[in-house]
Write a protein that binds this ligand. Structure first.
Ligand SMILES: [Zn+2]
Length: 241
């Protein structure tokens, strides 16, 4: 699962400015256009085409582009507002109320009443955010290591190490040496979504590409993967801290 930061440009259409991402592809035969909630409008340009041609192509499809961009904008406006702008943070797909309190020792505790209690000597947003992030990283590391062990065994796939980080633009990755790396934000998502990402990265140990054979391996161990993939596309951006 890889997405990269790419050059962007903009074009005027129907009196509005449309920002888009440019992806040049040596494999593409023609100019292509697609929209996803997490990327916005992306134009794929083959080596034979120019940026000017790509812009003309976007203008020919401007109604289509604006319709979908507006739909995604409406959707993201409905995403929950997270702490500290809202009052809750998600853990394993469930909203938890964040409560700051004075304490002699600093730390975060999750209660059965779906609360994340942040104790610190001098309660403040920045300190609380640091503590919460450290807590999420620890939880994510435990959950992701356990899930990788269980799924790796079920799939008959070996790996060497699991690391949990905070990458800006991806949920997981798998190195040739079998090192798996995941975003700690996955522990905020429902367990099924986290499972899917683990299955996805482990499947790369068998098929290092995104071919139909690869997706067949994923489907064998995660039959509902399409649902979790679209969950990530739609709600992934709301897994913030
Ligand atoms: Zn992948």
């Amino acid at each position: 699962m890889i997405s990269q930061r790419l050059p962007t440009a903009q074009v005027m259409a129907c009196g509005r400015t449309i920002a888009y991402t440019i992806r040049s592809s040596t494999r593409a035969r023609a100019i292509g256009l697609w929209i996803r909630p997490e990327t916005g409008l992306v134009v794929t340009i083959p080596p034979t085409a120019t940026l000017r041609q790509a812009e003309a192509f976007i203008l020919r499809h401007q109604r289509w582009a604006l319709r979908h961009l507006d739909r995604f904008a409406a959707l993201s406006a409905r995403l929950p507002r997270r702490w500290p702008y809202g009052s809750t943070l998600p853990y394993r797909g469930e909203e938890h109320a964040v409560r700051l309190e004075d304490g002699r020792r600093s730390g975060v505790a999750r209660t059965n009443a779906r609360e994340l209690v942040v104790s610190m000597r001098q309660p403040g947003l920045e300190g609380a955010r640091r503590l919460l992030k450290r807590w999420y990283l620890g939880e994510a590391s435990a959950v992701l290591t356990a899930r990788t062990a269980a799924l790796g065994q079920a799939m008959g796939v070996a790996w060497t190490r699991v690391t949990v980080r905070d990458p800006r633009s991806r949920w997981g990755s798998c190195s040739v040496q079998g090192r798996l790396s995941f975003s700690f934000r996955l522990v905020m998502a429902p367990p099924e979504v986290l499972n899917y990402v683990v299955a996805h990265e482990l499947a790369h140990r068998v098929e290092p590409n995104h071919s139909p054979r690869f997706w067949a391996v994923v489907a064998r161990h995660c039959p509902e993967y399409r649902s979790w993939l679209s969950w990530l596309r739609i709600f992934g951006p709301s897994l913030t801290l």
